[in-house]
Design a protein around this ligand. Structure first.
Ligand SMILES: NC(=O)c1ccc[n+]([C@@H]2O[C@H](COP(=O)([O-])OP(=O)(O)OC[C@H]3O[C@@H](n4cnc5c(N)ncnc54)[C@H](O)[C@@H]3O)[C@@H](O)[C@H]2O)c1
Length: 317
């Protein structure tokens, strides 16, 4: 049985990871501060099933206070998913993003160093690629031009994990997730907003002209990538790797809407608006490295994943 510290456990991706780990017989200690980015009630619901399991312990609090909550630390691995997510809100509140995503990550790393813990999986983001012209985005591409405070915190987080890899022998995999969707998706994300509005016969707002594209990735595939990373980092040394987890299948915004129209069975009422600051034109993952190191293969097609998501949304909204 592996003893895992999972930050952001009550969130969208974190709750799926927690469930998977518990089903595999591992011991999971989850931390989450129920950040007010979206409703606490949704996050409580996300971890309701986990809380029934004796091998799950939940701590409500900030990652930055981990040393207070867990003075005696003996985890086999830390999976650090907690962050303030969202590109657009980070433009209005950059200092909050820098505190939650960077300063508190530093406190976590310092706590790991003090207690001699050596294994970390860290959630980064495709947003570090900014508006890079070359596609698909590969891990070796330059990522020095973030276009939102959120993207800055993720790139800076990757640099910080390297510093602690160097100073404290912490083995690290930084995972760059590409637009994750599926059951329990965050309500601020486009797929959730569009599907909810369409089910409620409300208009949807599209920014730009519909030609921006995203490499939408189903949450079950992301969970597999996280678990493989955990296993890789635990069984190898030294490790410092940065790896894309995407689908390698960019979809234009307007085609995403058409897919939802087909699944929901009605046309969308579209309101067009200008592109928003901080939004990138496209994301497109090169996933060769994930395939090579983690045996990662995304299995769920967009139509299958959206169908699962819409079925879940109908029962949960
Ligand atoms: N969902 C995506 O498409 C996507 C894409 C790229 C990267 N990511 C990254 O993956 C991770 C998980 O994202 P998600 O979509 O599940 O978001 P989420 O908001 O659903 O989950 C993050 C969780 O972290 C918690 N949290 C935030 N700050 C905290 C702090 N200081 N201390 C303790 N808990 C804190 C929140 O309450 C939330 O439950 C994040 O790091 C995010 O930046 C997500």
């Amino acid at each position: 049985m592996t003893k895992i510290l999972l930050t952001g456990a009550a969130g969208f991706i974190g709750s799926h990871v927690a469930e998977y780990l518990l089903d595999q017989g591992h011991q999971v200690i989850g931390i989450d501060n129920f950040d007010d980015f979206y409703a606490r009630s949704i996050k409580e619901q996300n971890i309701m099933a986990c809380r029934q399991k004796p091998s799950f312990t939940f701590i409500e609090g900030n990652v930055g206070d981990v040393a207070l909550f867990l003075p005696e630390a003996n985890f086999d691995v830390v999976i650090h998913l907690a962050a303030k997510a969202g590109v657009r809100p980070s433009i209005a509140q950059p200092e909050q993003y820098i505190d939650a995503n960077l300063c508190q990550t530093m406190a976590l790393l310092q706590w790991m160093k003090v207690h001699g813990m050596h294994k970390l999986v860290f959630a980064s983001s495709s947003s570090v690629y900014g508006n890079n012209a070359k596609v698909p985005f590969a891990e070796s591409d330059p990522v020095d031009h973030p276009i939102s405070p959120y993207a800055f915190t993720k790139k800076a987080g990757e640099l910080l994990t390297h510093t602690f890899h160097h100073l404290a022998d912490i083995d690290v995999i930084n995972l760059r997730f590409f637009t994750v969707y599926g059951e329990r998706q965050r309500p601020d994300l486009a797929i959730y907003k569009f599907a909810k509005a369409m089910l409620d016969d409300q208009p949807i707002t599209l920014f730009g002209n519909g030609s921006t594209s995203r490499d939408y990735t189903y949450v079950g595939d992301i969970v597999q990538g996280i678990i493989s990373s955990m296993e890789y980092v635990m069984s190898n040394r030294p490790v410092f790797e940065t790896i894309n987890l995407g689908s390698k299948n960019p979809i234009r915004l307007i085609d995403l809407v058409h897919s939802l129209e087909e699944i929901i069975g009605q046309p969308a009422n579209i309101h067009w608006m200008d592109m928003q600051d901080g939004d990138v034109d496209r994301t497109f993952a090169d996933i060769q490295k994930a395939g090579r190191l983690l045996h990662y293969t995304p299995n769920i097609s967009l139509m299958d994943g959206l169908t699962r998501f819409v079925a879940w949304l109908k029962l949960n909204s």
